[in-house]
Design a protein around this ligand. Structure first.
Ligand SMILES: Cc1ncc(COP(=O)(O)O)c(C=O)c1O
Length: 350
């Protein structure tokens, strides 16, 4: 490991989302003969790649997204890195790529956060978004899995995904495009899932909405996800999320909120819910709140739904009490302000 690099000292203000990169990156290589190389930390820098690289042409590329937060005591905490490591392994398996051991994944994150934590201000709405990724490096245009790979770890300082506000957003139900299909790759986090979503996202924006609501591909009526987020509905004391059918990404935030909701005394349920039933239950007031959740979105309330079969408002269109309570419970855990019996917040190595 490289140990002579300077740690970052320049605090990033007004980070936005996705472009305020921190100063370092970690790299590892894999070959069939040697397995994974030792991690090397360098300044964040451009790569030199061959134009015939398999990852570039055939999309043998997977990634993760997780966050490190500054805890109230000033130390850093990384949110559920072991669970993200396991999902990264599943994504790699699905694309016939080698798996990175969980301990190696987590140790690389510790090293990067330790070097780059100085970029994060004390603003509790800011965090370090960590991006592990792997791509196929063989130079070949044969349609076959690569025999060599590169793992990279980089990070950026993140403000809010939807800006700094936690006001309600509006969402657009996509009937023309679907995100995932049975037997496909919807339950893993691979690059190829995202480019096909851009056109639907553009359509949502043209309709004045912040995000897409994805329906299932077979019947085009069951709610699945929202953009790059999972979704929840609230019916009084019941907190409900679409069931994992194999076409939804099993979000770490989704899993966390199911546990937290139960701990806070709500009934939790995983259901298959049609868009028609969703509309009807919102119109009659049975569904009182809806929110999206994910590493980037945290917990984001949804106020309006635009759908070709009829637009509707959720509750009074404003963030509801259950959404706010769950959001606070989650962000308190992120910042080390609440009991963490599961040990989800990993203290960073100093
Ligand atoms: C398609 C999709 N769904 C849901 C999520 C939320 O997952 P997580 O809570 O693990 O960030 C993400 C983000 O990773 C995503 O890309």
């Amino acid at each position: 490991m490289t140990t002579t690099l300077e740690s970052s000292t320049t605090v990033i203000q007004n980070p936005g989302h996705g472009e305020a990169f921190t100063e370092h990156m970690i790299s590892m290589e894999w070959t069939e003969a040697t397995g994974w190389s030792a991690p090397e930390m360098t300044p964040l820098q451009n790569l030199t790649i061959h134009p015939g690289m398999i990852g570039l042409h055939y999309g043998q590329v997977a990634f993760e997204g997780l966050k490190a937060h500054r805890r109230a005591d000033g130390a850093m905490g990384v949110w559920r890195p072991g669970d993200h490591a396991l999902r990264f392994q599943r994504s790699c398996r699905r694309l016939a790529m080698p798996e990175l051991p969980v301990e190696t994944f987590v140790a690389a994150i510790d090293q990067l956060i330790s070097a780059d934590q100085g970029s994060l201000s004390d603003d509790p709405t800011h965090s370090i978004y960590i991006r592990p990724m792997i791509f196929a490096t063989d130079v070949s245009l044969m349609l076959r899995p690569s025999r060599t790979y590169r793992f990279l770890l980089m990070a950026f300082v993140a403000g809010g995904f939807f800006g700094e506000n936690t006001e309600s957003v509006s969402v657009h139900v996509s009937h023309d495009y679907t995100r995932a299909f049975p037997g496909g790759t919807g339950d893993v986090k691979i690059a190829g899932n995202y480019a096909p979503s851009f056109l639907a996202q553009r359509e949502a924006e043209a309709a004045g909405c912040a995000q897409v609501v994805w329906l299932d591909a077979m019947e085009r009526r069951y709610l699945e996800e929202m953009g790059g987020m999972n979704m929840f509905l609230v019916r009084g004391d019941q907190v409900v999320t679409p069931r994992l059918t194999g076409t939804l990404l099993p979000g770490v935030t989704r899993n966390t909120l199911l546990t937290l909701a139960e701990r806070l005394g709500y009934q939790v349920a995983e259901e298959r819910i049609t868009v028609d039933r969703w509309r009807q239950e919102c119109l009659e007031g049975t569904i009182t709140e809806v929110f999206a959740c994910g590493t980037a979105a945290v917990v984001t309330p949804v106020g309006q739904v635009r759908d070709r079969d009829g637009d509707f408002t959720i509750g009074d269109g404003k963030p509801g009490p259950v959404t706010r309570r769950l959001r606070t419970a989650l962000t308190d855990l992120h910042h080390g302000l609440a009991a963490d019996p599961e040990g989800w917040l990993r203290p960073s190595a100093e």
